[in-house]
Design a protein around this ligand. Sequence first.
Ligand SMILES: [Zn+2]
Length: 375
Amino acid sequence: MYTRRPAFLFCLLLPFVAPGQQQTRNVILITVDGLRWQDLFGGMDPLLENEKSAGMEEADEPRARLSAATREERRRKLMPFFWSTLAPAGVVLGDVSKGSSVKVTNRYHVSYPGYSEILTGRAQDGAIQGNRPIQNPTQTLPEFLRRKLRLTKEQVALFGSWRVFRAIGESRPGSIFLNAGYEKLPSGLSPRLRELSALQFDILTPWPTVRHDYITFEMALEYLRTAHPGFLHIAFGEADDWAHDSRYDRVLDSIGYFDRALKQLWTAMQALPQYRDSTALVITSDHGRGSTVRDWTSHGQSVPGSEQIWLAIVSPETPARGETGIGGETHQRDIAPTILELLGIGYREYEGVLGKPIPQAFKAHLTPRPRASTK
Ligand SMILES: [Zn+2]
């Protein structure tokens, strides 16, 4: 834990970057449902790697491929692209074992309250108490950005594996380009999007409200290339469902796919002039889950540790330091205000926001200030 020195307080009172100096013009928000900080920072969990009840009895191949002596080696095996390329290019918060913590502030520690906290910068404990698909009562960040930046509906997009995003993503149905769960795309899009739109109904998952992450991600990637959205949210879902089904082997597969998808996305971003050197990548999760053999499958108010999430940010405004010197406590509701400040928008313009921009996401936070100004 770090102590808040006067210089740090001073930073909190000022905009993080002087107006007009931002290079960030696009935001890609990526969420992975219920991916635990234990797996992100530690790789395959030694507690579960031989666990029969977690579906690991016959998982010789992944066990051999993903095991290693140290935590750092294990996580590099599970998520090679994330740890070799993305993490060093930005900041990663939430490794509890290193004194860094990212927590949800909603009371429920399940998906809708978590995603809504990410997308509105506040917990809405009264209105959103679980995963019932009620329309989000609050204007969401993508809706706010569309208005503020004068974007078209097509320039603000959300692709989600989970159907309930249709309710979470917008307060006014039809205000952003949204496709979630098993859902056809509108006609008039590219041949690849037409193909994926049809394919989703031929390759089904075991869960009626969650389609394959492959479909969601490939749709989002093709949409990025063809429609050039200024805000894009890609919401991966499968890891959570496999965990609920006690299948750690499949959770590991899902995380592996997620890492390969990040690499594809990063490569596509570097090849597109609109996105290269001008895009913030914000990667996080909606909730944590348990840490024992008995409760790793689950999450919620009664499961200790499920309030604990993680957060990675790579942007032109963000220092390239990985986990180095990243301590302290951050909250899920801080993500939306941080995105606003990365874009050069004063976060308080977003009415009702309760979170605050995360200082570690800004290079300006590192700049030593003159002693006299700290008073
Ligand atoms: Zn869940």
